[in-house]
Write a new protein. Structure first.
Ligand code: 0WD
Ligand code: CA
Length: 380
């Protein structure tokens, strides 16, 4: 006991090991109880039209239409001729979310007073897709990431930066892969109607500028989050539960013919599907399984809440708790390291498979991403 007492009282700053400036991504480090994740609440939504213009409303909402069990959709139809593709060279960063915040600031309660939204009562603002990447990091073996973080008025903004490897891959994408990317959007067109009372129109143009995005708030342990994610469609039943519980995520995947293919589907695809929809509280994914020619041969619904049961028989499989604990610890790491409150400072967090997360600091650099109009609007 005296020994124990002596050790405690003599601790000096020199004896305390330095806090690590890196974060480990090994799965074993995150195998603990599932962290508190509050039920996500939709606080608003916005739409991007065929020219990628922002609207603070749900005009791009679409409605889910139940298909035949084996519908024979041709996902390549319209690829040459009825396809308008979003310009991937335009980096929008967090701009649409920031526009939504400015347009809805009076609805968002502030840390200081309930009347003003300055500062925002959120620790983090980001895209859902960036959080999905964090959730899957302990299991990712192929693609690294770069996340730019700026602390402004106490809130940490997280915006992805395309890696060199991702840019090279995008610029050298084979024609076949281009066409396969179209398949996902074409499937949406076969499955969605523009109105509750109308039918899907597969003769129309597929325009990937168009989007309907939900904005949700939630909390992961002590991290208050505000994020936005693109939603494919909703249940058209007027008695369906309110958003996000009425939303439906649509996916396409190669048909499963062998036990090996089934195992890979569980180990890799379902991880990504689970992470993406669990975050905003979207309860189901409707999957179109297609053959090599892009013909949908079957359609199947996956309840997000049942996916962890479905994968439990898989050897050495992913675990939801590892995903959530890693994300939680990453956000704590960011809070601890990104301390300078300055809209022109970027902490660039960087990760490559089989490595730890590291970061570098950049002032007034190419990485700064908070636009002047936002800083001006939010400086009180
Ligand atoms: O600046 C960036 N690096 C990114 C911007 C990366 C990812 C997304 N975005 C923006 C875009 O403005 C887009 O409208 O995010 C929006 C979608 O956000 P999200 O929901 O957070 O992204 P994610 O969950 O990765 O993707 C959801 C859907 C995808 O559906 P599938 O079923 O394939 O997961 O959004 C689409 C795609 O249909 N999508 C994108 N749309 C525009 N730009 C992008 C993108 N970069 N990535 C996925
Ligand atoms: Ca989708």
């Amino acid at each position: 006991p005296t020994n124990h007492h002596w050790h405690q009282s003599s601790a000096t700053p020199e004896q305390t090991p330095p806090r690590s400036q890196t974060l480990c991504t090994r799965r074993e480090a995150y195998e603990r109880a599932f962290p508190l994740y509050k039920q996500p609440v939709e606080v608003g939504c916005f739409s991007l039209d065929s020219q990628r213009r922002f609207f603070n409303d749900s005009r791009q909402m679409r409605y889910y239409v139940e298909p035949d069990r084996s519908p024979n959709f041709d996902l390549s139809d319209g690829y040459r001729g009825r396809y308008v593709k979003r310009d991937e060279n335009v980096k929008e960063k967090l701009d649409h979310i920031l526009r939504w915040i400015v347009a809805n600031r009076s609805k968002l309660k502030s840390k200081l007073s309930p009347d003003a939204s300055c500062p925002l009562d959120f620790d983090f603002v980001t895209w859902r897709g960036h959080l999905t990447k964090l959730l899957t990091t302990p299991y990712e073996t192929r693609e690294g990431w770069l996340l730019a973080v700026t602390r402004f008025n106490g809130t940490l903004y997280i915006s992805e930066v395309e890696t060199e490897a991702a840019r090279r891959e995008r610029e050298n994408r084979p024609e076949r892969n281009q066409e396969m990317m179209y398949w996902g959007y074409k499937f949406e067109q076969y499955m969605c109607a523009d109105k509750t009372y109308s039918e899907p129109d597969p003769s129309g143009v597929v325009n990937t500028n168009e989007a309907f995005c939900t904005v949700v708030q939630t909390r992961l342990t002590d991290h208050k989050l505000l994020f936005s994610g693109e939603v494919d469609c909703r249940d058209k039943d007027p008695d369906a539960p309110p958003p996000p519980a009425c939303y439906v995520e649509l996916k396409t995947s190669a048909e499963i013919c062998t036990p090996k293919q089934r195992s890979n589907f569980h180990r890799f695809k379902l991880l990504k599907w689970w992470a993406q929809s669990f975050l905003p509280g979207v309860p189901r994914v409707v999957a179109g399984f297609r053959d090599h020619d892009g013909i949908v041969v079957s359609v199947e619904t996956f309840q997000i809440s049942k996916i962890s049961q479905l994968i439990k028989n898989e050897y050495n499989c992913w675990k939801p708790t590892v995903c959530m604990n890693f994300c939680c610890d990453f956000l704590s790491f960011v809070k601890r390291e990104a301390t300078e409150d300055n809209p022109s400072v970027v902490y660039l967090f960087s990760w490559e498979p089989h490595k730890d997360v590291t970061y570098s600091v950049h002032r007034d650099s190419q990485y700064s991403f908070l636009p002047d109009w936002y800083i001006k609007e939010m400086t009180c």
